[in-house]
Design a binder for this molecule. Structure first.
Ligand SMILES: *[C@@H]1O[C@H](CO)[C@@H](O)[C@H](O)[C@H]1NC(C)=O
Ligand SMILES: *[C@@H]1O[C@H](CO)[C@@H](O)[C@H](O)[C@H]1NC(C)=O
Length: 327
């Protein structure tokens, strides 16, 4: 035991002094849109939009994701949800993995709905179709957890041409109480309305006892597609917009250093759990882009004195960055 603990001490000292594994962006060059990633039991699990199926890329480091082989975990021949497969997200609820995603028909985008798959104890275990979550148009679904309750936030059209964020309580990991659905955020501010008024791609963020929801604003076919932020007031019904503060200027996370339309993000934790990282997509096309030409990028989140997230700016693709702590 003595020898073992000495070896462990030397091992952790060596890790402590070693520099983090470095990486450069992008993590995924093509079809890197709408990224979502979790770190679990030694691996990162990355999902992005492929339009045709659901794929998971797994690696032990961010750098490793660049060459790892993606595994197709689900395809669907049902005409109502075969196609336009967008924004997949992996969530662990009660020790079971679920994939929340958007899909519709092959002809147009009017059939886009939120769906869910049920998996197993390991993110790469087989998945089976577990249900359609929204009856009307709904995309970019994610799970928000407040006070041991789960809520589903997704992008909806409460009125014509006002693509907003809706929220509904989850009655189980595979069903919503749509009768209690509310509008959480509408694109009312000038920077949310460039090209088209849009709020989409909600991304919950938990830190220091606070709960935030980042989201993407403005139309993706512009360079103004960017991240906004809602902050939960700490009390009040999470379904009500009045329980949240919306930052009037956004997060400042927008086109920078040759990356345009930086948005549709998610947050993941570093292997040692000490850091939060932002994973997002961008394009080098200066007028913006909504298709598979968007690539996946990652950047560490810093924190302002008041506890709010400081997302910084997207780094140039030439930058070599220190990887997440604990790699
Ligand atoms: C998790 O499982 C427990 C025990 O079966 C159950 O009471 C609870 O409702 C479940 N939570 C969710 C979010 O499904
Ligand atoms: C809104 O976000 C900006 C950029 O992060 C920040 O400087 C500002 O303090 C925030 N405003 C509020 C009211 O939180």
């Amino acid at each position: 035991m003595k020898l073992l603990s000495s070896l462990l001490t030397i091992g952790s000292l060596a890790c402590g002094f070693a520099s983090a594994v470095s990486f450069s962006n992008p993590l995924k060059t093509k079809d890197g849109s709408d990224p979502h990633m979790v770190y679990s039991n030694g691996y990162y699990y990355l999902m992005t939009t492929t339009w045709t199926n659901l794929q998971i890329t797994r690696a032990t480091t961010l750098a490793g994701l660049k060459t790892a082989q993606a595994k197709v975990v689900f395809t669907d021949s049902n005409a109502a949800r075969c196609c336009n497969v967008w924004a997949p997200e992996l969530h662990n609820i009660n020790n079971t993995w679920y994939i929340y995603y958007t899909a519709g028909n092959k002809d147009n985008l009017d059939g886009q709905r939120a769906h869910v798959l049920k998996g197993g104890k390991n993110p790469l275990d087989p998945y089976t179709y577990a249900g359609q979550l929204t009856t009307e148009w709904g995309i970019d679904g994610t799970v928000l957890r407040i006070s041991n309750r789960n809520y589903f936030i997704y992008s909806c059209f409460p009125s014509a041409n006002l693509q907003s964020l809706c929220i509904a309580p989850m009655t189980s990991p595979t069903s919503l109480d749509l009768n209690s659905k509310k509008v959480l955020s509408e694109p009312t501010l000038a920077w949310e309305r460039v090209g088209n008024p849009v709020n989409e791609g909600a991304a919950p963020l938990y830190h220091g006892g606070k709960t935030f929801v980042a989201y993407s604003a403005s139309f993706c076919w512009t360079d103004s597609y960017q991240l906004g932020l809602l902050t939960y007031k700490g009390t009040g019904d999470p379904l009500l917009a009045s329980s949240w503060d919306k930052n009037a200027t956004g997060t400042g996370f927008k086109s920078a250093n040759g990356n345009y339309g930086t948005g549709h993000n998610a947050f993941f934790t570093s292997p040692d759990g000490s850091e939060v990282w932002n994973i997002y997509h961008a394009t080098s096309i200066s007028t913006g882009n909504c298709d598979g030409q968007r690539y996946t990028m990652a950047k560490k989140v810093n924190w302002n004195a008041d506890g709010s997230p400081n997302l910084g700016k997207a780094d140039a693709l030439s930058a070599v960055l220190a990887g997440p702590s604990g790699e």
